[in-house]
Design a protein around this ligand. Structure first.
Ligand code: GDP
Ligand code: IMO
Ligand code: MG
Length: 430
């Protein structure tokens, strides 16, 4: 079985970590290909809960080789904190491979992320403050630092000095902050170099060999389609390619090797940070979803904005990513609602839009057009087959499957690893 990609089909936190974990034991490699420690994936195994940020969720499955691809931005201090925390809990992290071409997040990226957000005031993005945007900006600007630079002190020093020459002017003269010392940045980075060295590899070559040998390689996106720098609600996005195409550029495998694209969607919608969100709820229903779904950020702890399921967004994601299967998560959270509204289209200034409007201004003003479906009250967390679900829950799933652009192959009915209903095997023949 060749490559399979898991992507978020909404604004993140759909349950990508759980979906990866679900496939874990049948996977040989799990590759993170975009983003950095802005991600937060919660995985629940038995009574143990793990929160992963920079590392791919597959690291929790024994035998899996976790890979940090070239498309990732690596905060090396966070990397070792996260590794140490897992080691302390008995997780074997010895197989981790890190691309020599991945870019580094340093002290100055984190500082710039925070000060630029503050400077933007009411126009801020609500970033996670982890230095993601500034690190990708340096990459595109060709002044970034790469993992391989850690092993050539001269080059590293030159690059840090060149970057800080300009950034210190910004920090001091525009943002009224203290200048950052190049020596300190270099020293910090070098202090991790030897520990990192054995993990660093030509990961594109290793993945190529793995695919040639018929291994199962899973690509796990951070963030989501609507946060993708090209296809999301720009500028309220993250700075990387979180869509399926990013799996290719962010890891160095050819797009033709991807045979399956699994989109993760929640049975409702959430968003963290600023930006348009047509189905957002400001009433008791939003509070219901937040408290029942425990919708608080894994990375920043911020309460997530909550709203009803948005089918035009699911269809858009299905198209942009070439989704072959959806995993519908958190269906259990809707239990207890009398009726469940689903957004089937938008209305903008009296005009109906069945698909995402091309203009961002229109999307900002889009009002959801809802269809209502009957709810159910029976606990569904014990359901393990589609027939175990109450008829109203089955109908809800079938109704949104019809309008979401791809089949729903797996349904999440609780946070635990086993709390799923599998309708089609994600690794089976298509
Ligand atoms: P990710 O960023 O896409 O990996 O998602 P997060 O981990 O940030 O957020 C998803 C949350 O939903 C986590 O706390 C999961 O444990 C939880 N979760 C995933 N699937 C389900 C489900 O089917 N039901 C419930 N109740 N919780 C789920
Ligand atoms: P996972 O992988 C939800 C949001 C931030 C902010 C915007 C830009 O757990 O789904 P950044 O720090 O990336 O520059 O912030 O993107 N954001 C996420 N929202 N889940 C995430 O990751 C996110 N990663 C970034 O809230 O609005
Ligand atoms: Mg998350």
């Amino acid at each position: 079985m060749p490559a399979i990609v898991i992507i978020g089909a909404q604004w993140g936190d759909e349950g990508k970590g759980k979906a990866t974990d679900l496939l874990g034991s049948r996977i040989d490699y799990v590759v993170k290909f975009n983003g950095g420690n802005n991600a937060g994936h919660t995985v629940v195994i038995g009574n143990q809960k793990y929160a992963l940020h920079l590392l791919p969720s597959g690291i929790l499955t024994p035998g899996v080789t976790p890979v940090i691809g070239n498309g990732v931005v690596v905060d090396i201090e966070v990397l070792f904190d996260e590794l140490d925390a897992l080691i302390a809990r008995g997780v074997d992290v010895s197989k981790l491979r890190v691309s020599a071409n991945a870019h580094l997040i340093t002290h100055y990226h984190r500082t710039l992320d925070k000060v630029t957000e503050r400077f933007l005031g009411s126009r801020s993005i609500g970033t996670t403050g982890r230095g993601i945007g500034p690190a990708y900006a340096d990459k595109i600007n060709r002044v970034g630092l790469r993992v391989q630079d850690l092993f050539d002190e001269n080059i590293l020093r030159q690059k840090v000095e060149a970057a800080l020459d300009q950034k210190n002017h910004l920090l001091v003269k525009i943002y009224n902050r203290r200048a950052i010392s190049a020596d300190e940045v270099v020293e910090t980075l070098l202090s991790y170099a030897e520990r990192l060295r054995p993990m660093v590899a030509d990961t594109a070559l290793e993945l190529h060999h793995a695919l040639e040998a018929g291994k199962n390689v899973l690509f796990e996106a951070g963030q989501a389609t609507m946060l993708d720098v090209d296809h999301g609600t720009y500028p309220f996005v993250t700075s990387s390619s979180a869509t399926a195409g990013g799996a290719s550029t962010g890891s160095g495998i050819g797009p033709g090797q991807i045979s399956r694209v699994v989109g993760i969607v929640k049975a409702y919608t959430t968003r963290v940070g600023a930006g348009p969100f047509p189905t957002e709820l400001f009433d008791a229903s939003g509070e219901f979803l937040r408290s029942q779904g425990f919708e608080f950020g894994t990375t920043t702890g911020r309460p997530r904005r909550c709203g009803w399921y948005d089918a035009p967004i699911a269809r858009y994601s299905a198209r942009i990513n070439g989704v072959t299967d959806f995993v519908l998560t958190k269906l259990d959270v809707l239990t207890g609602l009398e009726t469940i509204p689903v957004c089937v289209a938008y209305e903008v200034d009296g005009v109906r839009f069945d698909e995402m409007p091309v203009s961002q201004s229109d999307f900002h003003h889009a009002k959801p057009i809802y269809e209502e479906f009957p709810g159910w009250s029976d606990d569904i967390t014990g359901a393990r087959s589609f027939d175990d679900l109450p008829v109203a829950a089955q109908n809800y799933v079938l109704a949104i499957e019809k309008i979401s652009g791809s089949r729903i192959s797996v349904i999440g009915v609780g946070p635990g690893r086993d709390e799923v209903v599998v309708r089609h095997d994600l690794l089976g023949d298509w």
